[in-house]
Design a protein around this ligand. Sequence first.
Ligand code: SAM
Length: 240
Amino acid sequence: MKNKDTLFATPMETSPFEFNAQVADVFDNMIQRSVPGYNFLLDVIAVLGQRYGVEHSQCYDLGCSLGTTSLRLRQNLPASCHVIGVDNSAAMVSRCRHNMARDHSQASYEICQQDIQNTHIENASIVILNFTLQFIDDDERQSILNKIYAGIRPGGVLLLAEKVCFDTPGQQQLQTDLYHDFKRLQGYSDLEVAQKRAALENVLVPNTLEQHHKRLLGAGFKQIEVCMQCFNFAALLAFK
Ligand SMILES: C[S@@+](CC[C@H](N)C(=O)[O-])C[C@H]1O[C@@H](n2cnc3c(N)ncnc32)[C@H](O)[C@@H]1O
């Protein structure tokens, strides 16, 4: 079994969540048990690779963490494609490079340690933002989407997956309660749920689905489809 996430299992002082070595060591287990629909999104990425991966184009995985999504993309692309995984966490990038090197798919790849705000996007048939935009300053999100739109080829696609929030307090409470039930079902204790939530406060800042829709339209995307929603987690496909 992958290293089990017990990072928040004992009482601790709250400090802001970071993608450091301790998190990287358990991240596979953490994301599987914390993001409802995560495995479905890996299948969506495979489908996107097969359908939209254009010969001699580039495919970006922005906030690639351990490379789970980059790998799934690479395994489903034409051999002439090039995958670019980007993450600003050194701990994630070193483990990601190791994981990618063990795969022998034909599409070439590079893993860059970089802030995605500085990533130049060009000749892209597919861009993946899988639970990354939520960690970027709210004021910077539109310009990142604008840049992605500019670098995507006509007919290309962006997958934007995020934790989302809701306009009405009743809906927000219900979705949060259901999500916390999901986490307890995955074996997290009430203490783990509470301490992780406190650590993510002001670090992971969700938007509503409507805000995401508006931003994507503002960037220029012509067609936007919801491809997954599980409680307060959702994914959109945006087509150029
Ligand atoms: C929730 S994880 C993404 C999970 C990954 N996409 C997957 O599906 O397995 C968010 C990742 O984004 C990275 N990240 C956060 N802010 C970033 C930024 N400004 N530039 C680059 N990477 C960033 C973090 O280091 C972390 O690895």
